[in-house]
Design a protein around this ligand. Structure first.
Ligand SMILES: [Zn+2]
Length: 373
């Protein structure tokens, strides 16, 4: 199975949805676990020897550190073949918070001149893995200038106060990295990548500008759909998993008030946490539970049944194949919006805008995307 189609996993009696059966492994694939073992076995000494054995650079190799930025870079590069755009992770990795590269992946890094990353610590494995890359490797950070939300922003704690994130830090200390799921923010990410590619390949600058314009056109209608959804659905409260849809929810006027498991905690939630979540869901009148494909859907199903609210899996655009359609990203976002339109009825009475998010500092030099309304 290459990707998980967005789907409803728990029925709402009000909406009379039919529950779909689901075969989903909550655990990481075995290959990833093995890769983690391999990676941890690579001590500093071994990393150094890999770096020392670095072969001549392949000037055209461009490696992407996660699936969404690989989709973006591939889109910009289509029709221009100076760079060979490669994905470092397995395309079925999902969110790469726990990804560990294999020795073969690391070997590829020794031969790359350009690396594109999402940034904001979505790819924590890069801290160590980049030690084997050439010292002059160009790292393109697609998150530059993106207005970020604090990890855990908007969460309502069980006692009614703001929660802290899983590391015990103040949420304001750490930005949520899931910017790629917002088509609006993808415009800035794409502009960043296109600007960097144009700098590295000046004779291709017109090409990258033209592909960026194509992307703006391609995402325009989906952004309009999101704006329409916000006008008719704003104010619903959600429970999600690990903050994956905070930026998309913000675009859609939805409020994420709790996570089944917070960002940074992959273990199953404790019984005490589940019991407190249950109280919160009842007290706050949560409208739906939306989880990412790597989260065990069992908890969402149980809450859905107990509280008679819908539950669904959304596609995070972090998994697919090595050969998806060029408009794969837009397809994923559109499917998510379609599902949310089916899941949440339009508000009969308009509800007020949710409170404005508190942005956290990212980068002082933003790249301005075009305006869409
Ligand atoms: Zn994630």
């Amino acid at each position: 199975m290459s990707r998980i189609t967005p789907r409803i996993i728990g029925q709402s009696l009000t909406l009379r949805f039919q529950s779909l059966s689901l075969a989903l492994s909550p655990a990481l694939p075995l290959s990833l676990s093995l890769a983690l073992v391999f990676f941890l076995a690579l001590t500093g000494l071994n990393l150094a020897s890999l770096a020392a054995a670095r072969p001549a650079l392949a000037a055209d190799r461009l490696v992407c550190a996660s699936y969404p930025v690989w989709l973006f870079t591939r889109y910009l590069n289509e029709g221009r073949d100076l760079f060979r755009v490669e994905l470092l992770t397995n395309p079925e990795t999902g969110c790469p918070h726990e990804f560990a590269p294999t020795p073969k992946d690391l070997e590829r890094l020794t031969q790359t001149k350009v690396l594109v990353k999402n940034g904001l610590d979505l790819e924590p494995y890069l801290d160590r893995a980049l030690k084997v890359a050439p010292p002059d490797v160009e790292v393109i950070d697609a998150s530059q200038g993106v207005p970020t939300l604090a990890a855990g922003w908007g969460r309502i704690d069980f006692d009614g106060t703001m929660v802290q994130d899983s590391a015990g830090q103040s949420p304001a200390m750490r930005p949520n990295p899931h910017i790629f799921l917002s088509p609006k923010l993808s415009l800035t990410m794409m502009a960043n990548i296109a600007a960097a590619l144009s700098r590295l390949d000046p004779s291709g600058a017109d090409h990258y500008a033209s592909r960026l314009a194509d992307w703006e056109l391609e995402t325009k209608s989906v952004i309009e759909d999101i704006n329409r959804f916000r006008d008719t659905h704003r104010g619903y409260k959600l429970v999600t998993s690990h903050g994956f849809m905070d930026y998309l929810a913000q675009d859609m006027g939805l409020a994420v008030i709790a996570d089944i498991s917070p960002l940074g905690t992959e273990a199953a939630p404790s019984g005490q946490r589940l019991s407190r979540l249950a109280q919160l869901i009842g007290r706050e009148k949560v409208a739906a539970i939306l989880v990412d494909p790597e989260t065990n859907p069992g908890v969402a199903r149980v809450f859905s049944k107990d509280y008679k609210i819908p539950a669904a899996i959304l596609d995070t655009a972090t998994s697919g194949t090595f050969d998806p359609p060029i408009d794969f990203y837009v397809q994923v976002i559109r499917e998510n919006i379609d599902l949310l339109n089916r899941l949440l009825p339009a508000n009969v009475q308009p509800t007020p805008e949710p409170p404005k998010p508190v942005p956290v500092p990212n980068n002082p030099q933003p790249v301005q995307p075009p305006e869409f309304d």
